[in-house]
Structure formats: C-alpha cells, structure tokens
Write a protein that binds this ligand. Sequence first.
Ligand code: HEC
Length: 193
Amino acid sequence: MKKILTAGAFMTAFFASSAALAACETDVKKDDITAEQATELYECIKEKMREGYGSADAPFSKEYQAWKVTATAPAAPGAHGKRFLITYANETAHGEYVKFSEERADNPMPVGSILAKESFGVTKKGAVKAGPLFVMEKVAKGSADEFGNWVYSAVQPKGKVMKIKQGFCHGCHAAFEDQDALGYPVEEVRLKP
Ligand code: HEC
C-alpha cells in the first residue's frame, strides 16, 4: 500500500529529520564545546556509532551497550587522540570504578572488571565523527603481570578489530600506578555517588 503523508505530517517528518542532522554538527570550536553540547552531539551519533562497534567480532563490543555509564557527559581530556570520551563499566567494575579512588595500590579492581570507552571527534568543519571503542579487562594475577593484569583491546568505528600492542596502551596507562592503571574521566563529569 502506498503511504501518503498529509502536508502536516510531511512537514513534521521533514523538520524532525533535519533537526537531527543539524545536531550532528556544531559551529562551536572544539575547545569551547560545553558538557551539554557534547551530550547533544553524542546523542546524535550514539545509535549509529553503537551499530558500528556492535558489528565487530570482538569481545564486549555489543555487551557493553547494556552497562552503566560512569560519567555525566562525554569530555575531551586530551588523551586518546583528543577525542570526546565516555566510559561504561560492567557490573563487576561499576561500583568500584565510580569511587575514582587514587589509592588502589593495595586495592586493585576486581578480576572480571571490564571498562569500555566510546570515543568521537569533532572535525575542523564541525562535523561529529565516531572514533574507536577502547576496552580493558582485568584478568587474574599472573595472567598479564607485565600490564598490570589488564588486557587491552579496541575496535574501529565500523567494527574492524584494531591490531594493538598491549605495551602501547599500558605504556601510557601504567603512569596511573596508584589508580590500578586507570585514567578516570575528568573530574567535572565524574558520576557523583
Ligand atoms: C597517551 C596515553 C594513553 C594511551 C596510549 C592509551 N590510553 Fe586509555 N586512557 C588514557 C587516559 C588519560 C584515560 C582517562 C581519560 C578519560 O577517560 O577521560 C584513559 C582511559 C581509558 C579507558 C577507560 C578506563 C580508565 O582508564 O579510566 C579505557 C578502557 C582505555 N583508556 C583503553 C585504552 C586502550 C585499549 C588503549 C590502547 C589502544 C589505550 N587506552 C591507550 C590514556 C591513554
């Protein structure tokens, strides 16, 4: 059956879709983007970005999408290619992670903790572009001692599994030695208890 839209329904559909498109772009300079604007941009690409990650033949790239978020908005702290970042934690990790403890030397994250970080960038022209999904999983002592017993992985926005070296990721994360190699989101966006 052919679907004929009334003029009113057509206009509503037309403006709804153009508004959604417009929100995936910004004329605010990247460094001036507020938390609310970052959230709007994120909401605009979230579904498409998650479809891409979810198509990967990689651990947790679908599962993480049901996990709890650890921040109130995406933020761009400068690490991870200057992209906006937002991290999700599985059930084992969440309660402990959102303490954002700086004293983890004797109190590491529980084995089985998994953190998945979505990322997106804003181009010079103001378009929002999905970045990779970054994952780290805490494994049993003795499994990956060299890397703080974290296993790192990443997938490209369209679902291609990235070839990464554990030493590349951990080389930077090891600097957070009092935090069990966790960088944590910037303070302004950390989830409040
Ligand atoms: C140049 C330093 C650097 C490198 C290299 C790096 N990271 Fe990170 N990473 C950080 C910082 C800083 C944070 C915290 C920033 C934030 O989440 O807003 C972080 C956060 C994360 C998180 C969220 C958990 C946390 O630490 O709070 C994951 C997951 C992650 N990185 C995975 C990876 C993977 C996988 C790689 C390798 C492909 C990698 N990282 C390489 C600096 C780095």
